[in-house]
Design a protein around this ligand. Structure first.
Ligand code: HEM
Length: 485
């Protein structure tokens, strides 16, 4: 096949791509060398702001297939019939480090799924853990500052990490997860995904349910010990990215089975745990798993920057039959993501192929802005209502209304029987085998013992004692041993 001619961005042929134009041999450069100026200027603009969290990630396309009838729970069209398939894009990520950070580190993993449904894109932006560290979005920027690189030393500081947790007893449950075996997944294929928050499903009769999503890996859970992880990072900092790309290229398509826990809306106020508290799970004995379908990843993106770096997932991209719960964290996230996208990618990020609807088209009166690339409706009017057959509202809310009561204010959450910050952390600890407990304690102690202030260590030890006396005793002894060394 004949080679293309090398051209400038505007398509003009380039005569020389090795020698800049100069004023005579050995002379200074000429400002008229359009090819040189464009090439350097273009290169300077290759990077865009990275995600403020979850900067390092990997993505792949695939599909979701419904395997079980859930039409009694939701009227979402993409879940309407057994056998129905919807194209998806999934991005996995680490949380704390910057773009270029290593993959095999102790950190939660993002598990973000974009379903390209015929009723619009539905984004489920979850993690590989069913709970989170905090339960109020007001704390999120402080939390993340404490976990990312310190502004002075430029590295993650155990002092900051544990100082935040010393003041956030509600984090004890997630901290127990993070320092346990599942804290370092062996690959993105070998971990579960969770919606983590409680969401609302509404069926065709308008009946509302609260649901929690669980994607269980069909590859089996595989994790790395702290030692294995250190060795992996040393050998290949991009281990999870390489694993995902290579598996899909080999035709080994990772899959997950989606289950939901379902709580009839009327049961929420009386449940022993606050169902909208993101630091707590619903034990399966209370709300068993109900199978929904299968998620399969079978296609690598053609270009990592265009499709993975520019992917924009937003928890407020809902479709009819699915909506938010009153979980305060979720409510905060409903604002944060699209705002981040407008900053990071611009107001027209929804026109990028990875973010645009695929199974339907967007029709609205949003216009113009930086990097508008679609036809903007040609003759179509850009105001509404109009007399020219422009798009019109449906009058049907996507989900059922949420009941609210009381006065505005900075309230603590409504009381439920089991509201303490430690019970479920203790339950998780008590579920572990002796070997798992030993590894958990060693991992925590290895990090906590690096903290320089005794009061910060003491406050954290108090949380482990409150979760389970044995847990507290063992972490305390292990920290003492390491600090005496
Ligand atoms: C990414 C904010 C809690 C999962 C992000 C981004 C922001 C953000 C601003 C970057 C978005 C972008 O630039 O594209 C927040 C706030 C939170 C919160 C304000 C709490 C109030 C959570 C929780 C989870 C989560 C609880 C999981 C259950 C993710 C994931 C990504 C992300 C998976 C990466 C999405 C992707 O792959 O593009 N978050 N977050 N976040 N967050 Fe959160």
């Amino acid at each position: 096949m004949p080679k293309h001619t090398l051209t400038t961005e505007s398509g003009a042929p380039v005569a020389d791509n090795q020698n800049s134009a100069t004023a005579g041999p050995g002379g200074p450069l000429l400002l008229q060398d359009q090819h040189l100026l464009e090439k350097l200027a273009r290169f300077n603009r290759e990077r865009i702001p990275e995600r403020v969290v979850h900067a390092r990630g990997s993505g792949a396309y695939g599909h979701f297939e419904v395997t079980d009838d859930v039409s009694d729970l939701t009227r979402a069209a993409f879940l309407a019939a057994v056998g129905k398939r919807t194209e998806v894009f999934v991005r996995f990520s680490t949380v704390a480090d910057n773009l270029g950070g290593a993959d095999a580190v102790r950190d939660p993993r993002g598990f973000a799924v974009k379903f390209y449904t015929e009723e619009g894109n539905y984004d489920l932006v979850g993690n590989n853990t069913p709970v989170f560290f905090i339960k109020d979005p007001l704390k999120f920027p402080d939390f993340i500052h404490s976990q990312k690189r310190d502004p002075f030393t430029g590295v993650q500081e155990p002092d900051n990490v544990w100082d935040f947790w010393a003041h956030a007893p509600e984090a004890t449950h997630q901290v127990t997860w993070l320092f346990g075996d599942r804290g370092i997944p062996a690959s993105y294929r070998h971990m579960n995904g969770y919606g983590s928050h409680t969401y609302q499903w509404t069926n065709a009769d308008g009946e509302a349910f609260f649901v929690k999503y669980h994607f269980k890996t069909n590859q089996g859970i595989r994790c790395l010990s702290a030692e294995q992880a250190a060795e992996t990072v040393g050998r290949d900092a991009n281990s999870h990215q390489r694993d995902l790309v290579q598996a899909i290229e080999r035709g080994v398509h990772p899959s997950w089975t989606l289950y939901v826990q379902v709580m009839p809306a009327a049961e929420a106020p009386g449940y022993r745990f606050n169902p909208f508290d993101l630091t707590k799970v619903w034990p399966h004995a209370d709300y068993p798993l109900r199978r929904v379908g299968r998620l399969v990843l079978d296609r690598n993106p053609d270009n990592v920057f265009a499709e993975v770096e520019q992917a924009a997932f937003s928890p407020n991209n809902f479709v009819p039959g699915i909506g938010p719960s009153p979980d305060k964290m979720l409510q905060g996230r409903l604002f944060a993501y699209a705002d981040a996208h407008r900053y990071r990618l611009g107001v027209n990020h929804t026109q990028l192929p990875v973010n645009a609807p695929k199974a339907t088209a967007a029709h609205n009166y949003g216009r113009d802005g930086l990097m508008a690339v679609n036809s903007q409706g040609r003759h179509a009017k850009n105001y509404e209502p109009n007399s020219y057959d422009g798009p019109v509202q449906t009058g049907e809310p996507l989900s059922a209304p949420l009941a609210v009561a009381g006065w505005t204010g900075t309230h603590a959450a409504p009381a439920h029987t089991k509201d303490d910050d430690f019970f479920q952390a203790g339950e998780l600890y008590r579920l572990m085998s002796e070997e798992e407990k030993e590894r958990l304690v060693a991992n925590i102690a290895g990090s906590l013992s690096q903290v320089t202030r005794d009061d910060v260590i003491e406050k954290n030890l108090a949380h482990f004692h409150a979760a389970d006396p044995d847990y507290g005793k063992r972490v305390e002894a292990a920290v003492r041993d390491l600090r005496e060394d």
